[in-house]
Design a protein around this ligand. Structure first.
Ligand code: SAH
Length: 260
């Protein structure tokens, strides 16, 4: 429990929730890789992202919410030209240490999405925003502005791959973290705290008793697809747990593919 958050007035609470960089404080980030378990996650995802990138001729890739650098390192090793960014200084530092440990030479930047500039970084064949990152933005207009910014970072017809937890299922009372694809580590459990149409709180409990919370906006899949269209993306297509046909109430994660 984070009493400061729970007992503050609603507007202050909203501001604290929207402050994603504050939510990824050092202790949680220090344990992030224990939470996601890179090997199990790689096995769960298989070649899904690499295959999509190949299929659409995408070689220059911007990992816009790299976190601790999982996809950036993996795609770099597979031969893609990856640039990694994140808005949380603690995550950027974690990614830097991971890249160093793995000996991967991935350009890494500390950027909030709104500061991404094609004049500085150039444009890319694909932008990735994975790990349910966009749901850190609570306000619809701000999310559309972020999606427009991602579109500016893409060459014409470039590819956006953006995912989300399956909040349709979660809001219908069907939260099940299978641990098959994300948060695969076996020393932590994930449960739900506060949940309504405006906020979803995830509680991470580690075997040693440490507890952390992340509060995000529970965006529905059709809502994100609509916002993608409003930001100028074409033909969004959704996958459930990496499959084109899926059960909307049992998939853990939805990945959207859309074109600039
Ligand atoms: N993609 C990684 C990390 C997911 S955690 C993975 O799948 O493991 C979500 C990440 O989104 C965090 O690292 C957070 O700092 C980043 N993020 C959230 N809002 C952001 C914003 N406005 N600008 C830049 N990064 C942001």
């Amino acid at each position: 429990m984070t009493p400061v958050i729970m007992h503050s007035p609603a507007d202050q609470r909203d501001m604290a929730d929207a402050d994603y960089a504050r939510q990824y404080h050092e202790d949680l980030v220090e344990r992030w890789d224990e939470l996601i378990d890179w090997d199990k996650r790689a096995a769960g995802e298989g070649s899904f992202f690499r295959d999509l990138l190949h299929r659409f001729g995408a070689w220059r890739v911007l990992d816009a919410a790299t976190g601790s650098g999982f996809h950036a390192a993996q795609l770099h090793t597979a031969g893609f030209g990856v640039t990694a960014c994140d808005g949380s200084p603690t995550m950027v530092e974690r990614a830097r240490r991971n890249f160093e440990r793995l000996g991967v030479d991935v350009p890494l930047h500390h950027y909030d999405w709104q500061a991404l500039d094609p004049g500085v970084l150039g444009t890319f064949d694909a932008v990735l925003c994975l790990g349910s990152s966009l749901c850190h933005v609570f306000d619809r207009e701000s999310r559309i502005a972020v999606l427009r910014r991602f579109r500016q970072m893409l060459r014409p017809d470039g590819l956006l791959l953006i995912d989300q937890r399956n909040f349709d299922a979660i809001l219908a009372g069907r939260f099940a973290s299978s641990g098959r694809y994300y948060y695969c580590g076996n020393t932590a459990s994930v449960t739900l705290g506060e949940l309504d149409d405006s906020v979803c709180e995830f509680c991470y409990r580690f075997a040693d008793g440490a507890q952390y919370r992340l509060r995000v906006y529970p965006i529905r899949a059709c809502q994100l697809q609509e916002e993608l269209r409003l930001a100028g993306f074409r033909i969004p297509k959704a996958y459930g747990d990496f499959e084109p046909f899926y059960d909307v109430m049992s998939a853990d994660f939805i990945v959207h593919r859309a074109h600039a």
